[in-house]
Ligand binder design. Sequence first.
Ligand code: KG4
Ligand code: ZN
Length: 350
Amino acid sequence: MTKLQAKKSDMPTTILAIESSCDETAVAILRYDGGVAEILSSEISSQIDIHREFGGVVPELASRNHSLHLRPLIEIALKNSGVAIDNIDAIGATAGPGLASSLLVGNSTAKAMAMAIGKPFISINHMEGHLLSPFMNRMTLEPNLALIVSGGHTMLIHMKAFGEYSLLGSTRDDAAGEAYDKVGKMLGLPYPGGPEIEKQACEGSIQAFKFPRSMLNDGLDFSFSGLKTAVLYQLEKLDPKQGQAPTDAIPDLCASFQQAVIEILVTKTMRAATQCGEKTISLSGGVSCNRALRNAMQKSCDEMGYELLISPPEVSTDNAAMIAFVALQRHLRGMQSSFHEDINPNLALV
Ligand code: KG4
Ligand code: ZN
């Protein structure tokens, strides 16, 4: 078990972090004191309404809006936390993976701030933010089998300790969240599809349509593109001319699609846990907000006698508190990044 190591004289430590990898501009301030990490402020300026009319994220619009919103958001985060800029001990920022032009805005701003106040800059992998988010309310980072399910990634990771990660499985095509978003678009639901499909699924039957569970019995990798295509074919059957779902079929389509995704995610997670021998499972990323997924994962973990840690909903979708938490871990271990360290849109975690 990796304890959050107390700094030399156990002095409180305050981290400011910036996240701008996609379409959320986010700033958070985290205080570590007496072995406990507390989020003092976590501000998010979402661009969902701006990108909704395009049915997905438009990179140039995203970076322009990060530029517009970041500075006021930093001021709000400082004000709400009651921390003066001079009392920040280190500044963290996402360096990747994500959209290059979006990453550059947050990352460059963080470097400039760190230089101006003479404090360390810490470059953070966005996926490590998701990975550690289920541990934000704890004092220890336990070894665990992690499922990260977001809009860009679906990963099974064996976390042995802080910084010791091995990738056991990932998606060969679409990420789970991406499948939700694409199916949502096909069904004419607003972007992002995940929360909308979850809402519709509550009114539908999981048995209404039989959708494929690709690679269910085969290893630890995922494939969601066949499932997405199966929903498209079903739509064409329901309305051959338009390929659009009759309104009354939408809840059943959503429930049956969601059930297939959940069954795949839960089955592979349990298989990975058996394989690596961990009895603690962690669940993070935007899709982990989904209540049906959380319930199904909890049920399987209870049956297997595993402990399940799920990131709190407010740190499941993109946010800067999870970036600050990883920056804190590095800072407590005396790690910092060079100002020459570049962003990397394809930054790998393992
Ligand atoms: O982690 P995140 O905010 O951003 C990335 O790093 O990608 O995840 C966003 C993804 C989107 O695909 C969104 O549709 C999905 O998470 N999502 C959900 C739910 N809330 C967000 N998917 C299913 N059910 C939800 N309740
Ligand atoms: Zn994310």
